[in-house]
Design a protein around this ligand. Structure first.
Ligand SMILES: [Zn+2]
Length: 280
């Protein structure tokens, strides 16, 4: 008898989830998809992955560096003359894909390679947005990605004079774009004010257009507020910080502009793409 979880699926979905098929690379709807939410099993709706763990490995299938606790089962797979580890949904046993370790793409050193047809995206509703610039966005991005209540942290550019900037453009330092981290957060778990505390404690707000060895306007300390409430909270927070620093705080507080998501190799990457700072 067929598992009830599979009865509502299309034949394409059944081919993947039930018969352990594989969709064509670069064909799935979630291969190049980065929004805040969770991915659940398409058969049984078991929550499997958070959007923060998703990265673009270039392999053509959605890649995640961590599954949600207790949601995924692993089996040894000897098909195709290779030794691989299959991953399945723990609840319905539906086939998701394979997991690979030791590739050194992200810090967790794990890549869950998943068929888009095995999963379904559910957006987080009522999330708030925050954007901060505090030097090299790899470090700032990592810090916020590990902050509880932050559902999605993307790195990119904001506040410059050119459209669709690339990393190459902003490295020249004359477009005035700042390297930023752009967050979706759940304010019931972490307040904007607490996010600001994370921001202050992870960079030096007293060095103008500079963080450590990184020099240029792209490394400026800046808070891009989304609305007047954020603006007021940011101003209060800056005022409170003054007594903690000997030198004057040079952080800008300015209205958010269009966020340009950085090239994929900047997102979630820590090890393999250790390319050095862009000022070098
Ligand atoms: Zn399932």
């Amino acid at each position: 008898m067929e598992n009830d979880y599979f009865s509502h699926l299309s034949s394409e979905e059944k081919h993947i989830l039930k018969d352990k098929g594989t969709e064509a690379p670069f064909s799935g709807e979630y291969n190049d998809f980065f929004e805040a939410g969770i991915f659940v099993c398409r058969a049984c709706e078991n929550p499997l992955y958070e959007s923060n763990s998703k990265f673009n490995s270039g392999c053509g299938w959605p890649s995640f560096d961590e599954g949600m606790k207790g949601s995924i089962k692993k089996n040894k797979d000897l098909s195709g003359g290779r030794i691989r580890t299959e991953i399945c949904c723990k609840k319905c046993d539906g086939h998701l894909g394979h997991v690979f370790e030791g590739e050194q793409i992200t810090a967790k050193n794990t890549r869950h390679c998943v068929n888009s047809l095995s999963i379904k995206f559910i957006a987080h509703n009522n999330l708030e947005v925050a954007t901060f610039g505090g030097g090299c966005f790899w470090h700032v991005g990592k810090t916020f990605r590990e902050t509880k209540g932050v559902c999605l942290a993307s790195v990119g550019y904001m506040g410059g004079n050119t459209l669709n900037p690339t990393y190459h453009d902003i490295c020249k330092g004359n477009t005035n774009h700042a390297e930023v981290v752009h967050l979706y957060f759940n304010s019931e778990i972490i307040s904007y004010s607490d996010l600001l505390k994370v921001f202050w404690s992870n960079h030096n707000p007293t060095t103008l257009n500079q963080q450590g060895l990184d020099v240029g306007t792209q490394y400026r300390s800046v808070i891009f507020y989304q609305n007047n409430t954020q603006k007021e909270v940011a101003e209060t927070s800056l005022f409170e910080q003054k007594e903690k620093w000997k030198k004057e705080i040079v952080t800008q507080i300015t209205s958010a502009e269009k966020f340009y998501r950085a090239e994929e190799y900047h997102q979630n990457y820590l090890n393999k793409n250790n390319l050095g700072s862009c000022g070098l």
